[in-house]
Design a protein around this ligand. Structure first.
Ligand SMILES: NC(=O)c1ccc[n+]([C@@H]2O[C@H](COP(=O)([O-])OP(=O)(O)OC[C@H]3O[C@@H](n4cnc5c(N)ncnc54)[C@H](O)[C@@H]3O)[C@@H](O)[C@H]2O)c1
Length: 374
């Protein structure tokens, strides 16, 4: 029998609704040990809150997140708000005795991330951070392939997230484009957790970073007839080194808000002396593998639907964003219940802090035009 877990959302915007979608079709998971139910939502904006009224299990809609935290009907809280609010709200969630699935980047900067990690440890609550793409079947197969250790000496890795949502200069500015709400790390805070999750989980921790950061648009329409400063980094290339079995392998983390031709492309490429593996959400059912032989051949594998958690969906169907987001939630709730059973888990607070250490070093590297040791 599955254990019920009652979930509250703080921040009912883009991601808050995505969570409602995942929880609303929870029955898709086969024999899952936890029954998740969305029961409460908080957003400052009435229109955002009202959207959740169509979900029959939602009993509490409020503009005051403290009211949601006081509710004894809520076990786990998911928070998806602008980055400048992460630290205060995450700490309040923990103080209220609730478990937390935090959104990335887990605080606006390194100091905030460390304070959240400390509070998580002291509270004893179950805390993880969001990053869903590694739960796609192609990403999981790439992860397994690397773990099998048959790629020989790892030469080079590219771990990336590209999109183009900022290419249009007439797009109105929003909180993600301004340092005071998104953070000095800009695009690294926005997209970086997606790029580091899988490498960090493989134990690939950069020892050095050289960063190239770009600001391409300096202002945008403010939506009121004027222009507003757009002062966050748009694109970031982090050239790093990692030690893998005595070899200095090169890893490039790529985060781009201005990548022509890309809507939302997460990809990983790993090149070794004996083999290689590549997966991109651009081809969601395709895994590319390489095995050293007489000729240079990349093989294309047509994948099915298998995520880490079994579902009712046919094995031959294609997966997408809502599917990996749901698998990530399944991983969070399974791990919370002690039932992860060796499967891939969500980003830990320690990994989130490590990502901030990398991004802070990247800021210094760019400023001082030199590589920074980590
Ligand atoms: N995992 C992913 O793929 C992914 C994708 C996009 C964004 N995110 C992350 O999710 C978080 C939110 O991003 P988003 O795109 O959903 O933003 P959004 O702007 O669409 O939504 C944020 C919501 O928070 C509400 N809000 C602001 N202050 C609040 C407060 N004090 N109390 C209650 N509600 C408040 C706003 O009214 C808004 O509806 C960020 O941390 C972002 O980095 C993650």
């Amino acid at each position: 029998m599955s254990t019920p877990v009652r979930i509250g959302i703080i921040g009912g915007g883009l991601m808050g609704r995505e969570v409602a979608s995942a929880l609303g079709r929870w029955f898709v998971l086969n024999d899952f040990p936890v029954k998740a139910e969305l029961v409460a939502v908080c957003d400052l904006v009435e229109k955002q809150r009202e959207w959740f009224r169509q979900i029959p299990t939602v009993k509490l809609l409020t503009a005051d997140y403290h009211e949601l935290l006081r509710s004894s009907e809520v076990d786990v809280v998911y928070v998806a708000v602008p980055h400048n609010l992460h630290e205060a709200i995450y700490l309040d969630v923990l103080k209220a005795g609730k478990d937390l699935l935090a959104e990335k980047p887990f605080g606006i900067d390194l100091k905030a991330a460390r304070s959240i990690e400390k509070a998580a440890k002291e509270s004893g609550r179950f805390v993880r951070c969001s990053s869903e793409f590694p739960f796609l079947p192609g990403a999981q197969r790439a992860f397994q392939k690397i773990k099998e250790g048959k790629l020989g000496k790892i030469i080079e890795i590219r771990s990336a997230f590209h999109h183009s949502s900022d290419l249009d200069p007439n797009k109105t500015v929003n909180w993600k484009r301004q340092v005071k709400t998104c953070g000095e790390i800009g695009v690294m805070g926005d997209l970086g957790m997606h790029a580091v999750h899988l490498p960090f989980r493989l134990g690939w921790n950069p020892t050095q970073v050289y960063a190239q950061l770009q600001k391409i648009y300096f202002e945008r329409p403010d939506g009121k007839g004027g222009m507003a400063a757009c002062d966050t980094w748009d694109n970031a290339l982090l050239h790093s080194e990692i030690k893998i079995e005595g070899v200095d392998a090169l890893i490039r983390f790529e985060m781009k808000r201005l990548a022509p031709g890309e809507t939302n492309t997460w990809f990983i490429e790993v090149y070794g002396t004996e083999g290689g593996v590549k997966f991109s959400t651009k081809e969601p059912k395709t895994l590319w593998t390489f095995q050293r032989g007489k000729e240079q051949v990349w093989q294309k594998v047509d994948l099915g639907f298998h995520g880490p958690f079994a579902t009712i969906t046919g094995d031959i169907f294609e997966p997408g964003f809502p599917d990996c987001f749901m698998q990530m939630w399944a991983a969070y709730l399974a791990e919370r219940a002690g039932k992860l059973e060796g499967r891939f888990g969500c980003v830990t607070p320690a990994e989130a802090v490590r990502s901030h250490e990398l991004f802070e070093a990247a800021l210094r590297s760019h400023q001082e035009k030199r590589a920074i040791d980590l």
